[in-house]
Design a protein around this ligand. Structure first.
Ligand code: C2E
Ligand code: CA
Ligand code: CA
Length: 717
């Protein structure tokens, strides 16, 4: 049996000291208490405590001094700071201790709650069983492990990796994983990275270590969605997994080693992983060490497509100006603030400030160290983008992640409703993103009614509907409630002849359903939230080909649910931006190719827009951009994809269109523009191209822009 963990207490108040000791003993932890610093240092050396509870303010020595001394003695215990002083001081002390290299497991404000102390001890004992730092007779610190052992460990692949899931705060959906290194030592047990990364950095082994970590994780990542076999129940999850990201930690020293990144790029290429799915995490201090050459290196990495994240933000020292110049895509709020958010107002202020700063610089914000659902809720409330922490999931081995994902995939009703409710989508206003798809469905299938229905506890609620006035119906009479029972499409060719539906009030009275086809819409790792469904008042048959098409449309709804709309829309006009267009156009194009439908892409370029701005002023320029967007919306159909593609470039993709109609559409646009542009008309060039069998979005755009230059003279007034 494992020996009980040991807690050493230093406190000038015997009553407090004794109380802490009693609580610890009840929690199965051995405890020793002293109020004498000298005795304390002797015990911390000879007795080898796993935990230290430390009072910050004592008459003979202050807690901060004690921590400096503990750091000098290379103390490996987990430290719990207790004190009656205010939260801000406590937080500052905790941060200063972390900077000295001590392991701070939490703060215990006085008057303290026994539950909080037990929680800190339990959490740490759980960790103690996984790491060796709590077996006092074994030397574990970086200083005591010889470098050659680490070198051997790297070549023998004893450095393994674990993965910690990261979710989108707003939707609760899986967004990616962070890779964390673990040393599986044959005799010392598992060694935590804080204990061997510094050694690797000091002894010139860090690049080899990083490459080993990256190779293992890329291999796992490349095969991830295939680990779920051919079971159709996992189709949604498999598709989602091809979009999630993987974050890897990079040490400051590695940053200047360009050959390392070249090799990483090659590994990605050979395993068919897009660099866009890989995020390198660098601490802010690391990037700031040499801002000039950092800018150079980081920019090159971004140009290869990799994303960059500023790790542990808030703990280093950075100049805001330099930070703003560096090409990061994400800012990661340090866990020391996040872990203390529930008990410290100051931490919340810091979190919110960093979050606003990140968004102000156009970065995604991410928080790690989330240990309670309350903190997760707080982060959601301030609009933080991404979340990671024990309350969501612990770091796990590759196979454990697969098991975790499979378990998340089960559609038990409680979990299903939890996911639905955490999406915060019920009872929200209409949304163009989904309306475009229901309109497209109604048009392609020529049905009077098309719905995106969410199956809630006692009702189905329509997030988007074409051809139906009601916003919801009771769940027990809904067709969709049946359709979400498995992953196939539910087809009811004639409800009046179907024993399950013939008596249904929706069949007997308005909307007089005769034909129904509903395809499940998934979220999270495979939960069926509701359906995309088609309804007709006539009986109909529904071919296999049509089923494939409906499935395609349902996948578009799923992609909208999972997409980050903020990143996909142009803040100024509210239209889709280039990224948003590219993501959706690819789907629409493959839909047309699968279904043998025509599609037509239009490109518009406002002429001499710069000169226009100079002549009429920026405000008029802004109005013209918005007006042009409106004119496009009025001219094209609600099911078309319309976007602002660049500063003064616009693009429209029409799906399921007669190619001959293209010319007419442009004439219609001219009419709309003539009517709606008042004082300052803009002129534009336009070009279009028709979808060919194997086209990609880029090929369509290229041909449209060639046609624009060759075939058309300037249009407009
Ligand atoms: P980090 O990059 O800040 O990684 C996050 C650390 O927070 C991980 O510790 C993770 O297990 C822990 N964590 C996540 N959620 C929670 C939570 O809710 N509560 C608490 N208390 N902790 C949480 P880990 O794995 O011990 O890693 C420690 C550090 O070691 C990492 O900090 C990172 O700086 C470094 N590291 C890990 N793997 C590598 C690597 O492959 N290369 C390099 N250069 N550094 C690495
Ligand atoms: Ca990290
Ligand atoms: Ca971090």
């Amino acid at each position: 049996m494992k020996p009980p963990a040991r807690l050493l207490i230093l406190d000038d108040d015997p009553l407090t000291g004794q109380t802490i000791s009693n609580i610890a003993v009840l929690a199965g932890v051995e405890a020793l208490y002293t109020d004498d610093p000298r005795e304390f240092f002797r015990l911390s050396k000879d007795w080898g405590p796993d935990f230290i509870a430390l009072d910050l303010v004592m008459p003979r020595m202050d807690g901060v001094q004690v921590m400096v001394e503990l750091a000098r003695l290379n103390c490996q215990a987990d430290i719990i700071i207790s004190s009656g002083v205010g939260g801000r001081v406590l937080d500052a002390a905790a941060r200063s201790a972390t900077e000295h290299g001590l392991k701070i497991s939490g703060v215990l404000p006085k008057p303290f709650s026994p539950a909080r102390l037990r929680e800190l001890l339990n959490r740490q004992s759980a960790r103690a069983t996984h790491t060796v730092r709590n077996t006092p007779n074994v030397a574990q610190s970086a200083n005591s492990i010889p470098a050659h052992e680490l070198a051997d460990a790297i070549s023998l692949e004893q450095i393994k990796v674990v993965y910690q899931p990261k979710i989108n705060c707003r939707t609760g959906l899986l967004a990616g994983f962070e890779v964390l290194a673990r040393w599986q030592h044959p005799t010392r047990g598992t060694i935590a990275p804080d204990d061997f990364i510094p050694l690797a950095e000091k002894s010139g082994l860090i690049n080899a270590l990083t490459e080993s970590v990256i190779l293992q994780s890329l291999r796992w990542f490349a095969g991830l969605s295939d680990s779920f076999g051919l079971d159709v129940g996992f189709d949604y999850l498999k598709r989602r997994l091809n979009d999630v990201t993987m974050s890897v930690n990079i040490s400051a020293i590695s940053l200047s080693h360009l050959d390392l990144f070249e090799r990483i790029e090659n590994h990605c290429r050979s395993m068919h992983i897009q660099p866009e799915r890989i995020i390198f995490e660098l601490t802010e201090t690391c990037a700031m060490e040499d801002p000039v050459s950092s800018l150079d290196i980081l920019t090159r990495l971004r140009m290869k497509g990799f994303h960059l994240s500023i790790d542990d933000f808030g703990t280093g020292y950075s100049s805001m100006l330099q930070l703003a110049r560096l090409p990061f895509s994400e800012i990661k709020i340090d866990k020391s603030f996040v872990m203390t958010a529930s008990e410290s107002k100051e931490s919340c202020t810091v979190i919110k400030t960093i979050n606003d700063l990140g968004h102000g610089l156009g970065l995604y914000t991410s928080a790690e160290g989330i240990e309670s659902l309350e903190t997760l809720e707080y982060l959601r409330s301030i609009g933080c983008d991404l979340a990671q922490g024990y309350a969501i999931a612990r770091p796990m081995s590759g196979p454990a992640i697969i098991e975790w994902l499979s378990n998340c995939n089960n559609n038990d009703e409680t979990r299903r409703l939890n996911v639905l409710h955490s999406l915060n989508i019920l009872d929200t206003p209409g949304d163009e993103r989904f309306d475009r798809i229901t309109r497209l469905a109604a048009r392609l299938f020529q049905v009077p009614i098309a719905l995106f229905s969410l199956v809630d506890t006692h009702r189905q609620w329509f997030k988007s509907s074409v051809g139906l006035e009601t916003q919801e119906t009771p769940r027990d009479i809904s067709f969709c409630h049946h359709a979400i029972r498995d992953d196939c499409i539910l087809v009811v060719p004639d409800a009046s002849q179907d024993p399950l539906f013939a008596d249904n009030p929706l069949v007997q009275s308005a909307p007089f359903i005769r034909f129904y086809a509903g395809c499940p819409v998934h979220a999270d790792t495979g939960i069926r939230l509701g359906t995309l469904c088609l309804i007709d008042q006539q009986p109909r048959s529904f071919s296999n080909h049509q089923q494939v098409l409906l499935k395609h449309l349902a996948q578009m709804v799923e992609n909208e649910l999972a997409s980050d709309f903020v990143a996909h829309s142009d803040a100024f006009t509210g239209m889709l931006n280039r990224r948003g267009f590219d993501a959706r156009a690819a789907e629409s194009i493959s839909l047309c190719q699968d279904a043998g439908l025509h599609a037509c892409l239009f490109l518009f370029d406002l002429l001499e827009f710069k000169a226009f701005n100079e002549t009429w002023g920026r405000a008029a320029g802004d109005r013209a951009l918005i007006a042009f967007g409106h004119a496009l919306k009025e001219t094209f159909r609600g099911s078309d994809l319309i976007a602002r593609y660049g500063d003064d470039d616009f693009v429209v993709l029409m799906t399921g269109v007669d190619p001959l109609a293209a010319e007419n559409t442009l004439l219609r646009l001219d009419d709309v523009i003539a009517r709606s542009f008042g004082e300052y008309p803009v002129t534009h060039l336009s070009g279009w191209s028709i979808l060919q069998r194997a086209d990609s979005t880029q090929q369509l755009i290229l041909r449209a822009s060639q046609n624009m230059l060759i075939a058309r003279s300037p249009r407009g007034n």
